[in-house]
Unconditional design. Structure first.
Length: 234
């Protein structure tokens, strides 16, 4: 019995360390993005006409050349936030699959989970004016069987952080939804005081799978999940 308690205590400590690393990485990423946004505005300071034309436009992610069957257009866009009453201020997009999946999965990436076998990857990190952060990672599977396996792995990662000791950050119960030819499971997240603080969702549309997480923002997780699922299915 003593040995079992020691093993359980060690597992909790490992999860805590893993989440602390991810929280620190998220803070650094948000700071870097904020610096990037400020730098961009300074660079256009001598172009008042151009600045006036672009100031009224909503923030949008830079769009790299899309990979085969999956590009940044399949990810959450700035207008999706506006519909939820949120204001995005910057974004970083990548097509490498190396973005950390969630606060629960630690340093695991979509490329790790798929063992590099996806036909394409896409990810985005959005910062919000409420100090919130959204991370989305998507992959396109070569077959429906592979997509099912990846979806199940993502669900298992999230469920690993549902059963936590009292006073620990955790995910809540799963909710399911269907939209635009795809399905999703979304989970609210709660801090150590039991207050709701964003959430996470696992998405599937055909051979595409994705994980979306909102942290530190008073957002409708169901609304963001629905928007993300429609984008993934587009």
């Amino acid at each position: 019995m003593t040995e079992n308690r020691a093993v359980q205590h060690q597992a909790v400590q490992q999860k805590s360390v893993r989440r602390n690393r991810v929280a620190a990485a998220a803070c650094v990423a948000a700071a870097l993005i904020a610096v990037s946004v400020v730098g961009t505005r300074s660079a256009t300071a001598d172009e008042p006409a151009h600045r006036a034309a672009t100031t009224a436009q909503p923030a949008a992610a830079a769009v790299p050349a899309p990979g085969p069957g999956l590009g940044s257009a399949a990810l959450v866009q700035s207008e999706d936030y506006f519909r939820q009453g949120l204001n995005p201020v910057g974004a970083t997009v990548a097509l490498t699959g190396r973005q950390g999946l969630s606060a629960c999965s630690g340093e695991t990436t979509m490329r790790d989970l798929t063992k590099g076998s996806a036909t394409a990857y896409a990810s985005v990190t959005w910062t919000l004016d409420t100090n919130g952060l959204l991370i989305e990672s998507a992959a396109s599977a070569p077959t429906g069987t592979a997509a099912t396996a990846w979806e199940q792995q993502l669900v298992a990662l999230v469920q690993d952080c549902q059963d936590e000791p009292a006073g620990h950050w955790h995910y809540g119960a799963a909710h399911t939804l269907t939209a635009a030819g795809g399905t999703a499971r979304w989970y609210p997240s709660y801090n150590g005081d039991g207050a709701a603080s964003g959430g996470v969702a696992v998405l599937r549309s055909g051979t595409r799978v994705a994980l979306v997480e909102v942290t530190g923002a008073a957002a409708s997780v169901e609304g963001i999940t629905t928007a993300a699922l429609k984008r993934l299915a587009s």
